[in-house]
Design a protein around this ligand. Structure first.
Ligand SMILES: [Fe+2]
Ligand SMILES: [Fe+2]
Length: 295
């Protein structure tokens, strides 16, 4: 087993978060702060600004003409979308580095994360319609986007122990996180929660990340956790960036029942996600990505 200390040490060696991004993330966490205030902060970071504009100009937003400034972007796509785009742009750099250990191709973990972010919004809308209670959780997209953050760090260790984990998953029919715990000593969900706390994200987010594979073990299960869990399962069922661990997760019937979702609702959500994914080139790829043509 790899000493926990070594893994925790790795958190310190995460690619450094530029000050501007750190500041933007903490402002984004505060719902009282307007997107225009956040724009004021990020406009001094060229790479981040360029990325935000690229996403705003992608087919996803379908703008009739190209925009060239953050202020213009804010007017055109609105406060809520702008926050989401800035969050996605800020976190992209972390995810692009990870992947190998989980049998994911370069960029797949990011693709899976963005898909989960989008699926969480689609599910939130569907659940609101089914239950009659609006699911308005400001942290939903971000938590779904971040749920596998721990993989970025564990990746390094999983690579070494990969064969062993896969053998255990297959022979014992256990989940990937259970095998991670036994072989590495920590799973990516627990580690992701630690990192998000280190980044001063709200406790609710860290809890949802910590239990995203085992919502039944959470001391305080809530919609945020259940929707992130369900988004993850659905994306893996659709084969979006699940890697090997996509084969080892358990059912989701009880979560679907909790929200009164039927099979056809799930099918509709999946179809909506596919449609949205086809429009989000700007979220998913940069020039160095290997497989632009992936569905
Ligand atoms: Fe996960
Ligand atoms: Fe996941």
């Amino acid at each position: 087993m790899i000493p926990l200390e070594n893994i925790l040490q790795s958190i310190k060696h995460l690619p450094p978060v530029p000050t501007v991004i750190q500041k933007a993330l903490s402002l984004l966490m505060n719902q009282e702060v307007s997107a225009s205030k956040i724009v004021e902060v990020i406009q001094y970071d060229q790479a981040l600004t360029a990325n935000v504009l690229k996403i705003c100009n992608s087919a996803y937003f379908g703008l009739s003409r190209k925009i060239y400034s953050l202020q213009e972007a804010l007017v055109r796509i609105g406060n809520r979308n702008m926050r989401i785009v800035i969050m996605a742009s800020s976190l992209m750099q972390f995810y692009k580095k990870a992947g190998d250990g989980y049998d994911l191709r370069k960029g797949d973990l990011w693709r899976h994360s963005v898909a989960c972010g989008m699926m969480s919004m689609i599910l939130g809308k569907t659940i609101s319609q089914r239950t009659g209670h609006a699911v308005e959780d400001h942290y939903l997209f971000t938590t779904a986007l971040l749920h596998d953050l721990g993989k970025v760090v564990l990746n390094e260790y999983v690579k070494e122990s990969f064969e062993e984990i896969v053998t255990m998953v297959e022979s014992r029919k256990c989940s990937f996180v259970e095998a991670e715990r036994e072989i590495i000593g920590m799973d990516h969900a627990a580690l992701g929660a630690r990192i998000s706390r280190m980044w001063k994200f709200p406790d609710r987010m860290a809890e949802a990340i910590a239990y995203h594979h085992e919502p039944e073990s959470s001391p305080e299960p809530c919609s945020l956790l259940y929707i992130v869990h369900l988004s993850d399962l659905l994306c893996m069922m659709m084969g979006i960036g699940g890697g090997v661990d996509g084969l080892a997760y358990r059912g989701m019937d009880s979560v679907l029942q909790t929200y009164g979702l039927a099979e056809k609702d799930v099918e509709r959500c999946m179809a909506s996600l596919l449609e949205e994914m086809a429009r989000v080139d700007g979220f998913l790829y940069d020039e160095n990505d290997v497989h632009r043509n992936h569905p």
